[in-house]
Design a protein around this ligand. Structure first.
Ligand code: PHE
Length: 349
């Protein structure tokens, strides 16, 4: 074999080892395609060497031809291997980029539960049912008569301003007219409905009911007010019940719901439908007091409006804010937290 041929075989071996290394390090499929052209294309060094075979003698041509063939085979193999690697890396990267994060749905077990206010509502019902009360309800869209007039608040009574009321223009609805409709501002109209029904059906008094429900006021939301909130009304009508029974009922409830450590107090106040009237405060764990509602002895005019004789029957009532009770119990700073539906807040309960 000629010296030329020996040199060529050495060069080819060099090309193979350099080329294999370059192919293995190709950064991406584009870089690999460029290398393929450089190493294996018609104008590559291997391509040119093939053209120069004809200048060699038989032995040389055979040796260099075999080396060229071997070189092409191993470079093609190196290229194919790298292509395979790059493709699977690319698809892994694409899969990673397109992956949906389903940890919310499946990664961590998140067990739902009722809203803290719903829970309070249900617990309050349980406490009062345990004390012998039944549960009543009434409509959220009320007439002026039930929400105000029957509660000793005739039209233009100055105390109406205690409730910033959302009125409904019933004239817009066919078949509804005549009566002023509104969104009830408190659960007290359920007192009226309950007494009227008891008289009508001949089932009572005595009446011992609680009426939880949603109420509405034209108020701006802040830390201690919501325009849509919840109250629980309690009504007792029986023979010769007194303010002491009212205070005792509230204290019994406070201990049953909050535990032995908390206590209640009454502050003289005014409501048109009770006389005397009081504001109810409940002590908070930090020693301060939070107003949770109003109470009093049912006004004789209210009993009369419901067809009951005030000489025969007496009663007491209170209305508590369910949201505020929840706020005290869980020491929540701001009532608005209850309605923003932030799962990080709700999860704590
Ligand atoms: N209805 C009153 C209010 O919402 C609370 C209350 C209820 C007061 C029953 C006295 C008796 O402000």
């Amino acid at each position: 074999m000629s010296a030329d041929a020996v040199e060529l075989v050495a060069e080819i071996e060099e090309l193979v080892s350099g080329g294999t290394q370059a192919l293995a390090g190709a950064a991406d499929l584009d870089a690999l395609a460029a290398l393929d052209a450089d190493l294996l294309g018609r104008r590559s060094r291997l391509g040119l060497l093939k053209a120069s075979l004809r200048d060699l003698d038989d032995d040389g041509r055979r040796a260099v031809g075999a080396a060229l063939h071997e070189a092409r085979r191993s470079l093609e193999e190196a290229s194919a291997t790298r292509r395979e690697d790059l493709r699977s890396a690319a698809s892994a990267a694409r899969l990673a980029a397109e992956a949906l994060d389903l940890t919310e749905a499946s990664g961590r077990a998140r067990v739902g539960h009722a809203h803290p206010i719903t829970r309070t509502w249900e617990e309050l019902e349980d406490v009062f049912v345990g004390m012998g009360f039944t549960v009543a309800s009434g409509p959220e869209v009320e007439t002026d008569w039930f929400n105000f007039e029957a509660l000793n608040l005739p039209p233009s009574h100055p105390a109406r301003s205690m409730w910033d009321t959302l009125y409904l223009d019933a004239g817009q609805f066919e078949g509804v007219g005549g009566e002023q409709l509104l969104l009830r501002t408190h659960t007290s109209p359920v007192q009226v409905r309950t007494m009227l029904r008891a008289v009508e059906e001949g089932s009572g008094p005595p009446i011992y009911v609680v009426c939880p429900g949603r109420v509405y006021r034209r108020d701006t939301a802040d830390a201690t007010h919501l325009p849509v909130f919840h109250q629980i009304e309690l009504l007792v009508v029986d023979r010769s019940v007194s303010m002491a029974d009212l205070a005792g009922t509230i204290e019994t409830f406070t201990k049953a719901y909050f535990g032995r450590e908390l206590t209640s107090r009454l502050r003289p106040s005014y409501f048109p439908f009770t006389e005397p009237s009081a504001e109810v405060d409940i002590s908070q764990p930090d020693g301060t007091w939070l107003e949770v509602g109003g109470c009093g002895m049912v006004h004789p005019n209210v009993l009369r409006a419901c067809g009951l004789d005030p000489e025969e029957w007496s009663g007491f009532a209170f209305g508590f804010g369910i949201d505020r009770l929840t706020k005290i119990r869980h020491q929540v700073e701001d009532l608005r937290e209850f309605v923003t539906n932030d799962v990080r807040f709700l999860e704590q309960f």
